[in-house]
Design a protein around this ligand. Structure first.
Ligand SMILES: C[S@@+](CC[C@H](N)C(=O)[O-])C[C@H]1O[C@@H](n2cnc3c(N)ncnc32)[C@H](O)[C@@H]1O
Length: 200
């Protein structure tokens, strides 16, 4: 009986993933610079990103897309309150259905960070935002908001992946933060470099 229940849930989960992946690919063709990828992240990349959030007391996922990384965050950090941010209404709605226990905000990442309450708990931003393809106005506004957010508290950090062995974006607000290359995930299409931005 339990096995049947599990099979049912598993089939439902797979159907949900297929629907999200289809919606994602259609958006990727319609708005390539804002989506920045044509496939969802692999589970290997998702788990590498989730490992980067170790020790955080709160997680904010930026640009969650289909929820591949959201799922890995749920598995690895079930006790950590997580806020999920996604700009595209259709993807945000699917994330809400799939992760009813999480706060899903359909909003631009910079707007969420700019009004984030002050506090001294360690926060990890876990981001799939496609900085290297975003239009310059979006890229610069979002990266500045992230820099300000991290500079406000030394226990805050950003975990971000790229499809090239170069830092996700150039820092604009001077010293006080450094990029660290954490790992390379070959089992992703294309392979991805995982980076951390935080206090030196
Ligand atoms: C590379 S895709 C995410 C891939 C995701 N890891 C997955 O497996 O589905 C980037 C996502 O960021 C979202 N996005 C782009 N700019 C954004 C912004 N300024 N604020 C919030 N989300 C944004 C896009 O809509 C897209 O879903």
């Amino acid at each position: 009986m339990q096995a049947l229940h599990w099979l049912g849930r598993n089939a439902e989960g797979r159907a949900h993933t297929m629907r999200s992946a289809t919606a994602f690919m259609m958006l990727a063709f319609a708005r390539p610079t804002m989506v920045g990828a044509i496939w969802p992240s692999s589970r290997h990349l998702a788990h590498a990103m989730a490992r980067g959030a170790e020790g955080a007391r709160r997680i904010v996922e930026l640009g969650a897309g289909t929820g591949a990384i959201t799922e890995a965050l749920c598995e690895r950090h079930p006790e950590v309150p997580t806020t999920v941010v996604e700009l595209q209404p259709e993807l945000a709605e699917r994330l809400r259905e799939r992760f009813p226990g999480m706060t899903v905000l359909q909003a631009p990442a910079h707007e969420v960070l700019e009004v984030w309450p002050e506090g001294d708990e360690p926060v990890a931003l876990v981001s799939s935002l496609p900085f290297r393809s975003l239009p310059p106005r979006w890229r610069d506004g979002t990266s500045r908001a992230i820099e300000r957010f991290l500079r406000a508290q030394p226990d805050r950090r950003l975990i971000q992946y790229t499809y090239q062995p170069r830092a996700p974006f150039d820092l604009q607000l001077g010293d006080g933060l450094v990029w660290r290359k954490r790992t390379v995930v070959w089992r992703n299409a294309p392979p991805a470099w995982v980076w951390e931005l935080g206090a030196p």
